[in-house]
Ligand binder design. Structure first.
Ligand SMILES: [Fe+2]
Length: 193
């Protein structure tokens, strides 16, 4: 088990607005991702999901935002926001947290393919796939879509609203969203403790 708050406090100061945004959002994602995994395991008892790892990785998935230029969420770095997952991966790799680091890199949108990097002129060079692969990575990626960092603490979005928020990223993103919905189900029917 790792001490997520200790890791977050290497880069963020409690009391500052960016810390607040990050921690409130990450707790919401962690609680939802864990609840989705528990429901899935109840439905399919042969599946093995490392739920404690899901909680930790969800707490750290957005740790890279502090390096990005996103004043709306109190982040005053220099990097484009789209890179926050890759930046988070680098930060956690440096701490030896390679498995958690991959969750950072693979959670943006519903993942991003190398082809989408090229088509959408994303500043990821060289272009490569940044797709959630494991159930743990998919759970964090999916749960994240239901919460906004601009409005931390708000209840989860409806699935319809999630769909609308992702439409502009194209058919591949939406097809992967459909796969995540088929795997984990909607969140509207879920009780989160
Ligand atoms: Fe997030």
């Amino acid at each position: 088990m790792i001490d997520c708050d200790n890791i977050i406090q290497r880069y963020y100061t409690p009391g500052n607005p960016d810390y607040r945004v990050l921690v409130i959002h990450s707790r919401q994602v962690a609680d939802l991702a864990v609840a989705l995994c528990r429901r899935l395991m109840a439905q399919q008892p042969t599946l093995e999901i490392d739920v404690e790892f899901v909680r930790e990785a969800a707490m750290l998935h957005d740790i890279g935002i502090c390096q990005t230029d996103a004043p709306g969420i109190y982040c005053h770095g220099t990097q484009p926001y789209i890179l926050h997952g890759i930046l988070g991966r680098q930060m956690l790799d440096q701490l030896g947290l390679h498995r958690h680091a991959l969750v950072c890199e693979r959670h943006t949108g519903t993942g991003i393919t190398a082809a989408e990097v090229v088509e959408q002129h994303l500043p990821i060079d060289p272009p490569r796939d940044l797709l959630p692969v494991t159930l743990e990575e998919k759970a964090v990626c999916y749960a994240d879509k239901f919460f906004s960092k601009s409005h931390p603490g708000e209840p989860p979005r409806t699935l319809e609203r999630v769909r609308r928020s992702l439409e502009r990223f194209g058919g591949g993103t939406m097809a992967r969203l459909d796969e995540l919905v088929a795997l984990f189900g909607d969140v509207a029917t879920l009780t989160i403790d």
